[in-house]
Design a protein around this ligand. Structure first.
Ligand code: HEC
Length: 214
């Protein structure tokens, strides 16, 4: 009696094992058989740059708002910091007090000229008179001349305008980082001064040296 009972258990166990082995078999040699948890065999492949129309599974996500780009050069960390002033008439006035972190030197003017040639010349013209190709060929209203109505425009206001745009001029904040914006301004100041280095640059440096020595 006891022996028959054990045999029964053994037979049942064997049949279950046999059945499950058979169930996982298939005539297709390439079939992986029964998969109990398919995601463990093949994790769903999320391709980069594919819009899955589902925020949870999207492969490329925008950085969280307010994310600041990492800079491996500490002295240039300010370049990635947000610009504090807002796009309002009041803040435009406040911008007049901003002082460029870029010194006006022959080298910075030269770099500024390079940026100006790529991003500004087609509207403002080669010498900043407001006669770029977009104006002469395209019928675009001419921007004011740098050495005319804009001759005394403070550099901070220029920075504000290049950041946010003004009137017909669009924002350049996505094309030029803060350092590039201040650098192109060195060339605008050069043009404001009729295409020569302002005499005041020498005195600016003297003042700085004097302050450092105190
Ligand atoms: C699409 C043509 C266009 C481009 C490109 C352009 N500007 Fe202008 N810019 C204008 C116009 C138009 C104005 C006059 C805006 C107003 O006062 O309504 C202007 C105004 C300005 C002013 C005076 C801002 C003020 O606060 O009054 C500066 C400085 C200036 N631009 C610099 C630049 C620099 C630097 C670049 C290149 C990085 C540039 N612009 C690119 C059309 C342009």
């Amino acid at each position: 009696m006891k022996k028959g009972y054990t045999t029964n258990i053994r037979n049942t166990a064997l049949s279950i094992a046999l059945l499950s082995v058979m169930a996982s078999c298939s005539s297709d040699p390439n079939s992986p058989g029964v998969e109990y948890m398919p995601d463990m065999y093949r994790s769903p492949a999320v391709e980069a740059y594919v819009d899955y129309d589902n925020i949870e599974n999207s492969s490329v996500r925008k950085p969280v708002e307010g994310t600041i780009k990492f800079s491996d050069d500490n002295s240039l960390a300010w370049v990635n910091m947000p610009y504090d002033l807002k796009n309002t008439p009041e803040d435009y006035e406040t911008a007049a007090t901003l002082v460029s972190p870029v010194k006006m030197t022959e080298a910075s003017v030269e770099k500024g000229k390079d940026i100006y040639t790529k991003f500004c010349l087609h509207c403002h013209g080669e010498s900043g008179k407001g006669d770029g190709a977009v104006v002469s060929n395209g019928g675009f209203p001419p921007p004011p001349a740098y050495d005319g109505p804009l001759k005394t425009l403070p550099e901070g206001k220029m920075f504000h305008t290049i950041t946010y745009g003004k009137g017909q001029m669009g924002s350049h904040a996505s094309q030029l980082n803060k350092l590039e914006r201040w650098t192109v301004i060195q060339y605008v100041k050069f043009l404001q001064n009729g295409g020569k280095m302002p005499v005041s640059t020498a005195s600016v440096e003297t003042v700085e040296v004097a302050t450092d020595n105190q």
